[in-house]
Ligand binder design. Structure first.
Ligand code: G3I
Length: 419
């Protein structure tokens, strides 16, 4: 019975999914992921359905649930209800979990922020926090953002209770404590505006050097990439900036990518949406160009839920799906740049009758099952592309004609669009 089902499945044509995580892994990245809004994931089924689609998002990160104010709101009272929401989603779906964040000046409860500490007492507080939170998530996190945003926007060390008590000694201290309680997870420094390669980036290079010279363990630097349409650096410049860090022997990743429209009436006109798509392609492309850039995480995926309008009123529409959960031009642009680099064989999605337990991927064949021929690939035929859809570009195998009255318009080497 089992053998028959297996053979049927193997002989069935495979359907190639062109979803972002699947394409990213075929292009050599470890994942394409998203932040998860805790409330939305529990209250909005349409939102949750796409979060649960591992072919789209193979990695998740809690938007707020693991922060200090959520996990230890008062001294010694630890609560993981909010953080567990995303951790449970990751476990149920077999997605990577990025964990965020341990030492940060923001979303830090008042009892820490305004406490009267010395080196000894604040070390004890940090150790207790790191120990309890890391132990709770032990074995679940692919990476932890150990230290977040310790450099300010002018390229100085950011003022915080930690800096005032320790000076820069709290950088290696944070990483040493993290290593003490989880020897396996990747330990990251994480910050925004590193992408512009200015004074803040240079100061962050110094931060990594301080940690390394102190003999403390650091595995990666997260580029948050909260960017602006039309002001995003080029693919080449972004790759150059990433390499400033990989040359120091650490991994890099884009950890909170969103690209907001500014000075544009929303919803943004088609031309601004194309610019946004190009900016997204440049960011994702730069990760593909750099060895040790492990993956890309968007800070939410739908414009229905984003931190941006609350923080920068009048700006927004920064994500890959619109508020009605429809893919935007930016989604198509990202999928195109990934598809162009997706030289590895696709994972085989078995035909609908196949049970998940019989799933076999073409790149990791089950050693007990001889597979002599690759499963034939069928790309679903679509004759004409709808408005906004992709109609050309390097690596594009889909339709090249547009539905009337739209025409296929060249945008860049990876992307032409029906406009
Ligand atoms: O949970 C409370 C709720 O009880 C209350 O009723 C409500 C009233 O405003 O506030 C809720 O807290 C909000 C929290 O998000 C959870 O939704 C805070 O007001 C709000 O300020 C907070 O914003 C978060 C922000 O970090 C805080 O700094 C955003 O959702 C989150 O996307 C954002 O994420 C940060 C990363 O962690 C680090 N990098 C920058 C990034 C964007 O700011």
């Amino acid at each position: 019975m089992h053998t028959t089902a297996l053979l049927t499945a193997l002989l069935a044509p495979a359907v190639v999914t062109a979803q972002l995580h699947d394409l990213a892994t075929r292009a050599g990245l470890l994942y394409f992921g998203t932040a998860v809004g805790e409330s939305a994931s529990q209250q909005d089924q349409a939102y949750r359905r796409i979060i649960d689609d591992k072919s789209e998002f193979g990695q998740v990160v809690p938007e707020n649930g693991q922060k200090w104010e959520s996990t230890q709101p008062s001294q010694g009272r630890f609560t993981f209800t909010q953080g567990d929401i995303t951790a449970n989603i990751a476990r149920q779906n077999g997605q990577y979990l990025r964990c965020h964040t341990l030492v940060w000046h923001s979303q830090l409860p008042n009892w820490v922020r305004s406490g009267s500490w010395n080196r000894q007492t604040l070390t004890a507080v940090m150790e207790s926090h790191i120990a309890n939170v890391m132990r709770h998530y032990l074995g679940q996190c692919y990476a932890w953002d150990v230290l977040n945003e310790a450099v300010d926007d002018s390229g100085q060390w950011r003022d915080s209770v930690f800096l005032r008590v320790f000076g820069t000694d709290y950088f290696p201290l944070s990483f040493n404590l993290a290593k003490k309680y989880d020897t396996e997870t990747k330990l990251y420094y994480n910050d925004y505006n590193l992408e512009y390669n200015g004074a803040k980036t240079t100061k962050t290079v110094e931060l990594v050097q301080i940690i390394q010279r102190a003999g403390a363990p650091i595995d990666g630097v997260g580029f948050q990439a909260h960017l602006v349409v039309g002001s995003t650096p080029s693919r080449t410049n972004l790759a150059t900036t990433l390499r400033r860090f990989t040359s120091m022997g650490v991994d890099v990743a884009y950890t909170e990518l969103d690209i907001r429209h500014e000075n544009t009436p929303l919803p943004a006109p088609a031309s601004a949406q194309i610019t946004q798509g190009n900016d997204y392609a440049n960011v994702v492309g730069s990760c593909l160009d750099v060895d040790r850039c492990v993956g890309v995480t968007v800070w939410g995926y739908t414009d229905k839920y984003s931190w941006i309008p609350g923080t920068f009123p009048g700006t927004g529409d920064a994500l890959l799906y619109n508020s009605n959960f429809q893919k935007k031009a930016a989604w198509t642009s990202v999928s195109s740049v990934l598809a162009a680099a997706a030289t590895r064989p696709p994972s085989t999605t078995l035909s609908t009758s196949a049970r998940p337990t019989t799933a076999i991927t073409t790149n990791t064949p089950n050693p007990t099952t001889p597979v002599t021929q690759p499963t034939p690939t069928v790309v679903q035929p679509v004759q004409e592309q709808a408005r906004w859809g992709q109609c050309g570009g390097q690596g594009w195998n889909g339709p090249t004609r547009c539905q009337a009255p739209y025409t296929c318009t060249f945008s860049n080497n990876w992307y032409s669009q029906c406009l």
